[in-house]
Design a protein around this ligand. Sequence first.
Ligand code: APR
Length: 177
Amino acid sequence: MKTKDINGCRIELVEGDITTQDVDSIVNAANSSLRGGGGVDGAIHRAGGPGIMEECRRIGGCPTGWAVLTGGGTLPARHVIHAVGPVYRDGRHGEPELLSGCYRRCLEIAAENRFESVAFPSISTGAYGYPVADAARIALAAAAGFLRSKGVPGVVRFVLFGKAAFDAYAKVLDGLE
Ligand code: APR
C-alpha cells in the first residue's frame, strides 16, 4: 500500500483484485455496450451476480469517456460505476482526453452520490492496450486535480492487478506535487 494526502483526501495504491474491495463504489472498465466482457468486467459480473447486468441492460449503453452507475449486487462494494475508456491507437486520437474524462466523470458520480470511497482499476490498460505508464500519469493527474478542486471523495483507491502495474502507478505518485 502506498498513499498520498491531497486536500484532506487520500489517494491509495494497492496491489490486488478490485472485486474484493469494501468501498462505496468500485469502477468497472466496461465497453460501450455494457454487455460484459473479459478482464475486470468479467470478474465484476461474475462476483456481483446477474442483477448488475440487468441494470446495465436497462441503461442500454455508455459512450467512450463517460460512465454510468449501478448497484453492487453481491459484491462487498455497494455500487459499481461502469466507465468506458478509450481503445489505444497511438495516443494522438483523443485517447488522453477520453481517459482523463472517464476518471473525472467517475469522480463526479461519486461526489454527486456522496460516496466516501471509490476504487478504480487501471482503465484501458488491458484489452484496450493503453501503455500503463501513460495511463498511470493520466489517472493520477485526474484524481489529484479533482481532489484539489472538490475535496471529495475521502478515499480514492487504485487497485492494481500485478506488481508491474502497481510499480508504474507508484512511480507516478512519487512524482506528484
Ligand atoms: N482487479 C483489478 N484489476 C484487474 C482485474 C481485477 N480483478 N482483472 C484485470 N485487471 C486489470 C488488468 O490487468 C488491466 O491492467 O485491469 C486493467 C484493465 O484491463 P481490462 O479489464 O482488459 O480493461 P480495458 O483495457 O479497459 O478493456 C476494456 O475489456 O473485457 C473487456 O468488456 C471489457 O471490452 C471491454 C475491455
